[in-house]
Design a protein around this ligand. Structure first.
Ligand code: NAD
Ligand code: GLY
Length: 384
């Protein structure tokens, strides 16, 4: 599919005022706004107007809760409210955490008209969304993403879920939020390593969909890492535009949406092999995108200069460009075999047809994949 085709069916619209951008994700009766801007947590009406009932359960974690939970108090005034504070970490994107949320909902007698509010990064967003999808067969939820990764990716599009010890994100549901409120001021407290992890997904949008945006990232990566507010706002806005365009066309990943997983099949294998949380999701995706680019080159679709370009921007974003030392080709092959993109026993991967255009395909040479895995795990050719 060419980029022109995608733009021709674009179904998002954006309004703009000085402090806040509003993007609408157009999904019929499941449409919702994404608000992006500074100081949004200080606008209580923004959250309040999206809470339809008389109760709300906030889910956050032990890091984000102390920083930002109290900032929601004004918006929640007069409602029945409870807060679940989970331990911090990818390891807690688990069935046990889900049980904790279900327990709080049932013990607190929260009814079907309640609203779950996810306050945190992608871990909190994914698990809260799944709790909302499953509690009483589905209740409302709102995303308040506080990491760059969550603001550009995980809070938008309705993929929710938890990890299983045997595979990342293996249990979950599509469940769209009522609204996404991305207050870019929250990024000021984010550790540098987490900011870099978020940049992996920003770079992804350039690689899969928008080559001029990739060029913009190359020019502005130092400003982004220095948290320049204007640069961050542009990166978040363009990332959300691309994601919203793709999701609006293919909400349940029947086809196009899978391009959003560039590098993720390799990356999920890395996350799984190294133990959830040791490599951040965005770090694993960074290395995975280098592997996907190299395989795309082996297939003859992009050039060595393109691979070098992808690798350079991933490196400049502060991300790894190689697999963990301990991983072997066999570990990759085993773990990639349980990816959700495996269909009828056939592994499919997101590869680059050219810079700015991705394809989801099982039609690659298995010997090339093997050689690529060898390169990234053994010979040291692709290591920095
Ligand atoms: P995360 O949720 O673990 O957050 C990263 C770290 O930053 C945590 O320690 C968190 O406590 C801390 N943190 C969050 N906000 C902060 C703030 N403002 N100030 C200081 N610290 C803060 O990780 P993440 O990178 O946000 O998300 C990764 C998760 O998202 C993975 O589980 C991944 O699978 C998932 N994901 C989901 C989708 C989707 O479409 N649903 C897309 C991409 C990633
Ligand atoms: N992050 C991949 C997706 O939302 O589809």
């Amino acid at each position: 599919m060419g980029r022109g085709d995608k733009l021709a069916t674009m179904q998002t619209s954006m309004t703009d005022d000085s402090d806040m951008h509003t993007l609408n994700v157009d999904l019929g009766d499941r449409s919702y706004p994404i608000y992006i801007g500074q100081g949004l947590l200080d606008q209580p009406e923004l959250l309040r107007k999206h809470i339809p009932g008389k109760s709300a359960l906030v889910v956050t974690n032990a890091t984000v809760g102390p920083l930002y939970r109290a900032r929601l108090d004004q918006a929640l005034e007069g409602l029945k409210v409870a807060t679940v504070t989970l331990p911090d970490g990818e390891a807690y994107k688990s069935i046990e955490s889900l049980q904790t949320i279900w327990d709080a909902l049932i013990e607190g007698r929260f009814d079907r008209n309640t609203t779950l509010i996810a306050l945190g990064g992608g871990v909190i967003g994914d698990i809260t969304g799944f709790a909302a999808a499953s509690y009483q067969r589905g209740v409302n939820f709102i995303q308040i993403p506080t990491t760059l990764l969550a603001q550009v990716d995980s809070s938008v599009g309705g993929k929710t879920g938890i990890n299983h010890p045997g595979g990342k994100n293996m249990i979950g549901a599509f469940w769209q939020p009522l609204a996404v409120i991305a207050d870019t001021d929250t990024l000021n407290t984010l550790p540098d390593r987490e900011l870099s992890a978020g940049l992996a997904e920003v770079i992804k949008y350039g690689l899969i969909y928008d080559e001029p945006f990739l060029g913009w990232i190359e020019k502005n990566v130092d400003l982004l890492r220095a948290r320049d507010p204007a640069a961050l706002a542009h990166a978040i806005r363009r990332s959300c535009e691309v994601k919203a365009e793709v999701v609006s066309q293919d909400e349940r990943e029947g086809g196009l949406r899978a391009i959003l997983n560039l590098g993720h099949t390799f990356g999920h294998a890395i996350e799984n092999a190294s133990g959830y949380g040791h490599w951040l999701h965005g770090e694993a995706v960074g290395a995975g995108m280098c592997m996907a680019a190299r395989l795309s080159e082996m297939e003859g679709w992009i050039g060595a200069d393109d691979v070098a370009r992808a690798r350079a921007i991933i490196e400049r974003a502060g991300l790894p460009t190689h697999a963990p030392e301990t991983m072997t080709r066999e570990t990759f092959q085993h773990l990639m075999g349980i990816d959700k993109k495996v269909l009828d026993g056939k592994l499919r991967l997101v590869l680059l047809k050219r810079m700015g255009e991705a394809v989801v395909t099982g039609d690659f040479d298995a010997r090339h994949l093997q050689a690529c895995l060898d390169e990234f795990t053994q010979s040291g050719v692709a290591r920095s």
